[in-house]
Design a protein around this ligand. Structure first.
Ligand SMILES: *Cc1c(COP(=O)(O)O)cnc(C)c1O
Length: 335
């Protein structure tokens, strides 16, 4: 394995002007709650509403002109990034997703002109379909997390954060397949080896957490969650994001659905930000008091904003919401 800060610097050059710098702002509310300066990196403000544009853009821009088209499996946001990047290059894109992906994400991808295939009920089934398309139709597959160009693209977030705030002590990174955490950790630790990188994910189906504990990639169940973008396995054949997360993450913290709901409400009512469940898990862990006591400025990455608005409105009003077979009890903010 051979992945370093150089790959991330090269990615920054390639995606410059397409998936660019996002605001990095203090949260007075969270700073008060945690007793430490607390900052938010606003990747929800990327053109496709999620950080995944960075990795997808870097991967698509790195392909030779002779490639006829691209395909991927996705929980929604990677597909949107790939669709956007492929459209920029005038390439065909086929995005494979399971039926667990919210309709709002599917619609967003279709609107970018990509072809959508809904297959099965798990990310693994979507991955198999995308691999079949590679062989059958000669498309190039872009993994959502286990690809050096994708990891390098996500790593540019870490560069921006450390350049703006070299004094950061801890970064809280939403964690699923680990492309984001791997890239951010490599960038941040190259600049400040003492920085703590904490991966945060939901309790139900914590694939990277279980895999690191087992010492090798393992399969986990896939469940409905407010953090739908964090669902799915890391791939039993994982080559890059697993070892990078294993070697560079200082800790992994798990949050439950109620904690995610509370954090989405804090984002909305205190920060006035519409953030999807996956993107607030860092905040959720801090609010729930699940983090080690910070010894310097803490930052988290607000990874995306792509959610179903009617469900979001119900949650913000304090109503119960149901996602597939899961019901999350409502709670009025501040009550
Ligand atoms: C994909 C995604 C993540 C997790 O990224 P990984 O690289 O798979 O760990 C977090 N938040 C959002 C909104 C995502 O779309």
């Amino acid at each position: 394995m051979n992945f370093s800060l150089c790959d991330i610097l090269a990615a920054r050059k390639l995606i410059s002007g397409e998936a660019d710098w996002t605001p990095f702002v203090p949260s007075p509310f969270m700073s008060e709650v945690t007793g430490q300066e607390f900052l938010l990196k606003l990747e929800n403000m990327q053109p496709v509403g999620a950080f995944k544009l960075r990795g997808a853009m870097n991967a698509v821009m790195s392909l030779p002109d002779t490639v006829g088209g691209v395909t991927c499996c996705s929980t929604g946001n990677h597909g949107r990034g790939v669709a956007y990047a492929a459209a920029k290059r005038g390439m065909k894109a086929v995005i494979c997703m399971s039926s667990l992906v919210p309709q709002a994400k599917v619609d967003g991808i279709r609107a970018l002109g990509a072809q959508v295939q809904i297959v099965g009920t798990t990310q693994d089934e979507a991955m198999q379909e995308s691999q079949r398309l590679c062989d059958a139709e000669g498309l190039v597959e872009i993994s959502p997390f286990d690809d050096p160009h994708v990891i390098a693209g996500q790593g540019t977030i870490g560069l921006e954060m450390l350049e703006a705030r070299p004094d950061l002590a801890t970064i809280l990174v939403p964690l699923s397949g680990g492309g984001l955490a791997a890239g951010v950790a490599v960038a941040a630790k190259a600049i400040n080896p003492a920085i703590r990188i904490i991966g945060i994910t939901m309790e139900r189906g914590a694939a990277m957490f279980e895999s690191i504990r087992a010492g090798k990639p393992v399969e986990v169940g896939e469940y409905a969650s407010l953090a739908d973008s964090l669902g799915g396995g890391i791939g039993l054949e994982n080559r890059l994001s697993f070892p990078l997360c294993r070697d560079n993450l200082d800790e992994i913290v798990l949050v439950n659905e109620e904690e995610i709901r509370d954090a989405m409400q804090v984002m909305f009512f205190e920060e006035r930000i519409v953030a999807e469940g996956a993107s607030v898990v860092g905040l959720a862990a801090a609010l729930a008091g699940k983090l080690p006591k910070p010894d310097g400025p803490v930052a988290t990455i607000v990874t995306g904003r792509n959610l179903d608005m009617p469900t979001f409105n119900t949650m913000m009003a304090g109503g119960d919401v149901t996602i597939a077979d899961l019901t999350i009890k409502g709670k009025r903010y501040g009550a």
